[in-house]
Every structure is written in structure tokens, then in C-alpha cells.
Design a protein around this ligand. Structure first.
Ligand code: PLP
Length: 319
């Protein structure tokens, strides 16, 4: 199997102090636009759509700064597949950083209010959408469905060729990525690892069940994983000035850029866990860098982050 992303050693005084080894799987570098776990999750979804003669496009859901919508729009543009995004929020978001790109790549946008958006998993709403768009394959929010897990499982196959390690850490939003990693890990009975998911949103204990729902039959018997729900820093896309300062400092020391919504919360959790002496002496830890750098564009645009500190991914396009 080809290896899509490199594994890189990280150096930080805290790692030496706590006697752990930390490496990072650079899925953020898989592709300049469709980065990280969204690439992995979309891969088999798009193969499936192209194989099914009755589907000629893809429809999915997301917030107005969604990494998934951004990745899907570009992937569909590249593969010449029509796509529709059902977006939570008002039409005025159509000119923000993320959606400007998404429209540029040809995705059609439908804005819905929060109440409608909340029905995105309900079967009657999905049936009505399917009737309205009969030849569109409907992918859930975040791309987390049964086609997502085999793509993410490939992370483990790659890692097993790249290094020996004890613990793999990933940020968790909808749970599809963690589920895929569990599916991948359970296939290698000789080389199993501890998998740690860091929930990036508040009140995330329900996600343990969401992860279980996405597991393959054999992966349901795999219990080497855990979802940690108290490292959300106040909620989804929330963080304090102190959090961003700690993260910027970490980025500077290690030379790898992590953003504060997903991968950075994993980093902050790692730092806290080290202070709590969570890891064994000599433990070999791998961080999965899930990408998400496009999200910085919208945060800089809204003044939540400072453009001098954070790299602007792609310049927004108004074409
Ligand atoms: C979507 C996303 C996640 C969360 O993945 P889930 O499969 O939804 O849990 C993590 N990191 C980044 C950068 C993401 O865009």
C-alpha cells in the first residue's frame, strides 16, 4: 500500500522531561486542499458514487466554515461530480472564506435555518431530500458513514509500516475518524495500539455511542480505545487567549502548525495529559494531524485569530 503521509518526530522539552516519544502523522499534508481526515473519509464514498449508475452527484451537510464541505466541494470539482451543500445558517455566509472557495469549485449551496439543520439525521427529512434529488448520494455531516471508516483505517495500515508505537491520539468531531482507526487497528491482532480520541466539543459523551454505531462487526469487540471528553476548552471552535498562546508556542517549538479547532485541541490535551503523568515511561505516542487549516481563513476574517500569527491557507477568491 502506498503511504500517503509521512511520520515525523517532534521535539519538545516536555517530552524529554516526561520521558515520552512523540511523532506526528502528517495527514495535513496529504493534499494542499483536501487535507487530513476529510480526504480519507471521502475516498471510498466517491469511489462508491462513481460505481453506482443511479447516482450522478453528492449531497452533504455542514456549517458555513465546514472543513468537510470545503473538501467535498474540491473533490467533486476534481472528479467532475455535481454536488450540493446543505448549509446551516443564512445566505450572507455565502461570501465567507470557506464558502467563497466552495462556490468557486461549483458546489450548489442551500442555506437552512438551525431548526431544519437539526433534522439532518432524521429519516423523513433525508427521504424528502432524496426524492427532491433522486440521483444524488447523500453523505452525512462530516462525511462520517460506513464508507468513511475503510479510508481512515488505512492510516493504521500505513503506520504499521512506518513505526512501532503504543498510543495514537486523534481529535474527535463526529466520531468517524476515531471509528475508522478502531476498525483499522482491530485487523492487526499482533500489533494493537491504544487509541485516544479527544472530543473537541462540549458534552461529548454521547459520541462514544456514535463511534460504536460506525464500527464493523469485528471492531465492536475491540476495546483498546477511549474518548476523552474534558479537553474541549469551552466548546466547539471555542478557545481562550491562553489556549492559543500555548498552541502557538507549541507550533513554534515543534515547527509543525496545528490549528485551534481540532488538531490543536489534541495538542493541548497532550500537554495536559503529560502534566497529569498520564503516560508510561518511554511511551511512544503518535498524533494524527487531521488537517483543517482552511478553517483559519474564516477565523482570521472574523477577527478571532490574528493573521500575523496564523498562516492564511489559500487566498480567498472572488472569481
Ligand atoms: C472533521 C475534522 C475532525 C473530526 O473528525 P470526525 O471524523 O468528525 O470525528 C478532526 N480534525 C479535523 C481537522 C477535521 O476537519
Amino acid at each position: 500500500m502506498t503511504i500517503l503521509s509521512e511520520l515525523q518526530q517532534l521535539h519538545h522539552p516536555l517530552f524529554t522531561q516526561h520521558n515520552v516519544q512523540v511523532q506526528v502523522k502528517r495527514d495535513d499534508l496529504i493534499h494542499p486542499i483536501i487535507s487530513g481526515n476529510k480526504w480519507r473519509k471521502l475516498k471510498h464514498n466517491l469511489i462508491y458514487v462513481k460505481q453506482q449508475p443511479n447516482f450522478n452527484g453528492v449531497l452533504s451537510f455542514g456549517g458555513s466554515y465546514s472543513n468537510h464541505i470545503h473538501a467535498l466541494a474540491f473533490a467533486c470539482y476534481q472528479q467532475k461530480l455535481p454536488c450540493i451543500g446543505i448549509i446551516r445558517g443564512e445566505e450572507r455566509y455565502a461570501s465567507n472564506y470557506t464558502l467563497t472557495w466552495v462556490k468557486h469549485w461549483g458546489m450548489k449551496l442551500h442555506f437552512v435555518d438551525r431548526k431544519t439543520y437539526r433534522r439532518r439525521h432524521s429519516s423523513d427529512y433525508l427521504m424528502a431530500l432524496q426524492q427532491q434529488y433522486p440521483d444524488y448520494f447523500i453523505v452525512p455531516e462530516g462525511g462520517s458513514n460506513e464508507w468513511a471508516t475503510p479510508g481512515v483505517a488505512e492510516v493504521i495500515t500505513e503506520l504499521n509500516q512506518q513505526a512501532e508505537f503504543d498510543t495514537l491520539i486523534t481529535p474527535v468531531g463526529s466520531g468517524g475518524t476515531l471509528a475508522g482507526l478502531i476498525c483499522g487497528d482491530c485487523k492487526h491482532s499482533d500489533k494493537q495500539h491504544k487509541l485516544l480520541g479527544i472530543a473537541v466539543l462540549k458534552g461529548a459523551d454521547y459520541l462514544t455511542n456514535e463511534v460504536k454505531k460506525l464500527l464493523s462487526e469485528s471492531a465492536r469487540h475491540h476495546h483498546n480505545w477511549q474518548l476523552l471528553s474534558n479537553f474541549h476548552c469551552g466548546g466547539y471552535a471555542k478557545f481562550s487567549t491562553k489556549d492559543t498562546q500555548r498552541l502557538l508556542e507549541f507550533n513554534q517549538i515543534t515547527g509543525v502548525k496545528f490549528e485551534p479547532v481540532y488538531s490543536g485541541k489534541m495538542v493541548l490535551a497532550l500537554l495536559d495529559l503529560l502534566e497529569q503523568n498520564h503516560f508510561a515511561k518511554g511511551e511512544r505516542i503518535v498524533l494524527l494531524h487531521t488537517g483543517g487549516m482552511q478553517g483559519l481563513g474564516g477565523m482570521i476574517e472574523r477577527g478571532i485569530l490574528n493573521a500575523d500569527d496564523w498562516p492564511v491557507p489559500l487566498k480567498a477568491s472572488n472569481e
